[in-house]
Design a protein around this ligand. Structure first.
Ligand SMILES: O=C(O)CCC(=O)C(=O)O
Length: 365
């Protein structure tokens, strides 16, 4: 059966003043002020609101002399937030600007017909290309699908056997080169970060990386056009990422929120810092010591927002379970072994709905 895919950007550009009903979130999922705190990076009114400020960790370019203090900061951020910004991360800052620039140019300078040349297959989950969430019935769940106020471009970048730049836009002229370079540099950073996270859990440096295996990496550029009803919609529904570790950059428009202690906290844009989001397989491998970060994107009525998320996942054939060193009599296994391919299939058939997929795997004590 074919389903119609509506491009959110076209809707936004048609100057509507109300949103179609398919984009209206049920009241419990709307961005309500009661549970929303605007995160800042500074002290607000002199108050020590550190517990509401997303940690910003200076990696000092992985200087060996700073490793111990960096590791400690990372361990604390992983336990308390499952998310943190890193600076002095070794990724060329011009590359962060370049990928935002080529992504924005694709969405804003190409005609819809040009963009549609790269349309992803609407009938296959996580297919590569230009996409927008579509309405599909989900009879088993008896749940209404609500659409995200977002268009995106998903690139399959690693392993190299999946990387086919001819499937990516060729405008602007440097698009393919920028995405390839960005993929390579993100891989290096993700590996180094998993090493530090392993050490912060008192595991051997290579422990999490070995459990994950060679990365399957996807890069998703998300474009959130202005929305006439930010009070009723979400740019991207609440979820945690299913793989191991996600590295995200945003432009200067706020919109990303993380859930911390039942409050939605806006992550302030920091153009040259990279946001690390722990994903579900890292939660399993660390036996729940690190929690994957539940997050969502909200919309606004005035400015389009762009983010670039780089996902690092295991291959579908990998089986993931808690690291043996972290399973003891006093801290028994909190998750059974899971085949990553089965996890992905179940995630797509049920939908994310916050952390329900990973929570369903928890062994009750
Ligand atoms: O746009 C954002 O900041 C969030 C993107 C995201 O969570 C995703 O692509 O999975």
């Amino acid at each position: 059966m074919e389903f119609e895919v509506v491009r959110v950007q076209s809707l936004s550009e048609s100057n509507i003043t109300e949103v179609p009903s398919q984009y209206i979130q049920p009241p419990e999922n709307r961005p309500r002020s009661k549970f929303v705190i605007s995160g800042s990076l500074e002290k607000a009114n002199g108050q020590d609101d550190a517990h509401l400020r997303i940690p910003v960790i200076d990696l000092f370019g992985f200087d060996a002399e700073q490793r111990e203090s960096v590791r400690e900061a990372i361990g604390e951020a992983c336990r308390l937030w499952g998310a943190f910004y890193v600076t002095n991360h070794g990724v060329a800052l011009e590359l962060l600007d370049s990928i935002r620039s080529v992504g924005r140019s694709f969405f804003e300078d190409c005609s819809i017909d040009e963009k549609l040349r790269y349309a992803c297959d609407p009938n296959s989950a996580a297919s590569q290309g230009y996409g927008s969430k579509m309405l599909t019935p989900s009879p088993q769940q008896n749940e209404t699908v609500v659409l995200d106020w977002r268009d995106y471009f998903d690139h399959h970048t690693l392993p190299m056997s999946r990387r086919d730049p001819s499937r990516w836009p060729q405008f602007p002229a440097n698009y393919r080169e920028v995405v390839s370079q960005y993929s390579d540099q993100m891989k290096v950073l993700a590996e180094k970060l998993l090493g530090l996270i392993s050490e912060s859990m008192e595991l051997p440096t290579s422990s999490i990386q070995e459990a994950v295996g060679d990365f399957y990496q996807n890069i998703t550029i998300s474009y959130y056009p202005p929305c006439p009803r930010p009070d009723l919609t979400l740019g991207l529904q609440s979820h945690s990422d299913m793989g191991a570790i996600t590295l995200l950059i945003q432009d200067d428009v706020p919109g990303l929120q993380v859930l911390k202690d039942f409050n939605w906290i806006t992550v302030p844009p920091r153009p040259y810092a990279i946001l690390v989001l722990l994903a579900d397989q890292t939660e399993i491998i660390t036996n729940g010591i690190c929690r994957s970060c539940e997050h969502r994107a909200i919309t606004n009525s005035t400015r389009a927002r762009l983010s670039v998320a780089t996902f690092h996942d295991p291959a579908k054939t990998v089986k993931v379970s808690p690291a043996l060193e972290l399973v003891t009599e006093s801290s028994p296994a909190r998750y059974g072994e899971v085949g990553y391919g089965d996890y992905v299939s179940s995630w797509y058939s049920k939908g994310p709905d916050g952390k329900r997929n990973i929570d369903a795997l928890r062994i009750s004590s």
